[in-house]
Design a protein around this ligand. Structure first.
Ligand SMILES: NC(=O)c1ccc[n+]([C@@H]2O[C@H](COP(=O)([O-])OP(=O)(O)OC[C@H]3O[C@@H](n4cnc5c(N)ncnc54)[C@H](OP(=O)(O)O)[C@@H]3O)[C@@H](O)[C@H]2O)c1
Length: 281
């Protein structure tokens, strides 16, 4: 299978590079083609002639998106449409990475794929709009919604917590946002399987189980062998530019339909910590 991956320099892109073997892969970063450049996107797709395009590229700064709405929509929505049109031209399938932030967090049980989109912030709105547009341009698109990514090779929550906790006796972490942390290695493997199984439509792909950021931080500190005290706080006290859903747990039913299962986030965290130690050493 020939696969073209946009976003290869990102957190997920790096994991896809390591995990996806046995196929002919073209890895692209923004230096190879900016998603906003219709001609450049069409050109790299025409040259690589993929059977699948995996769109792991996005403007992912959730808070930055609030003050850069035009960029958020240009990259995350129009850029995705550019890739979808290029896919259509060469007859390729497309895997689009979307987010749990397309939901408003008002539910108290896991979100199903057909629950209505109700994004709160600009980033979520740009992803929600992209989903709608992509389903129009490429009805067979596969939309993989994921959440709370962590992995080696870029900035992520566990890395930040370990660095901060190493130099402070106490840290305060929000305890009123619940979701599912997802290891890029597990996500990359699931994406590869979904492409091989010709998946279509919306699929929720995250590590099994859920927690709050506070629970996650406590586990990171414990498993990281640190004695820092982790204290629960509220979203209100830790004011950030972008609003975030209080609850964005997603049901795995859509993923299980393809016979794909994900390890628990605790298991994933253990493997991440090992990989991080090996990479730093
Ligand atoms: N991180 C999360 O917690 C999270 C949660 C839910 C969903 N997602 C989604 O999962 C996917 C992967 O996320 P990630 O965390 O791996 O992202 P990331 O680390 O921020 O990497 C983003 C990638 O997109 C590329 N990119 C940015 N702007 C571009 C543009 N205009 N044209 C072409 N490429 C561009 C970057 O390339 P350069 O390095 O060359 O700029 C980089 O390779 C994204 O679609 C994201 O929205 C992420």
């Amino acid at each position: 299978m020939r696969v073209t991956i946009f976003g290869s320099s990102g957190l997920l892109g790096r994991a896809l590079k390591n995990e996806w073997t046995g196929d002919e892969i073209t890895h692209l970063s923004s230096k190879d083609a900016d998603l906003r450049d219709v001609a450049a996107v069409a050109d790299v797709v025409a040259k690589s002639r993929p059977e699948w395009i995996v769109l792991a590229a996005a403007y992912t700064d959730v808070d930055g998106c609030e003050s850069n709405r035009d960029k958020a929509f240009a990259v995350n929505c129009e850029g995705a449409v550019n890739a979808a049109r290029a896919a259509k031209t060469v007859g390729a399938r497309m895997m689009f990475l979307s987010s749990d932030y397309v939901f408003d967090g008002k539910k108290t049980s896991p979100y199903e794929v057909n629950d209505p989109r109700a994004p709160m912030g600009v980033y979520g709105k740009s992803k929600a709009e992209a989903e709608v547009r992509l389903l129009e341009v490429l009805p067979e698109v596969c939309i993989a919604r994921t959440s709370w990514l962590f992995g080696v090779g870029g900035k992520c929550f566990p890395d930040t917590i370990l660095k901060v906790a190493a130099s402070r006796p106490q840290i305060d972490v929000v305890d009123d946002q619940r979701g599912s942390p997802t290891y890029t290695v597990d996500l990359a493997r699931a994406i590869m399987q979904l492409c091989r199984k010709n998946a279509a439509g919306i699929v929720h792909v995250n590590n099994a189980g859920d927690c709050t950021w506070f629970d996650f931080a406590r586990e990171i500190v414990k498993e990281g062998g640190l004695s820092t005290e982790v204290r629960p706080t509220t979203t209100e006290k830790m004011a950030r530019p972008a609003p975030r859903p209080a609850y964005s747990v997603m049901s795995p039913a859509s993923l299980h339909r393809y016979g794909v299962t994900m390890p628990s986030w605790q298991d994933a965290l253990g493997r991440y910590l090992q990989e991080r130690t090996t990479t730093i050493a």
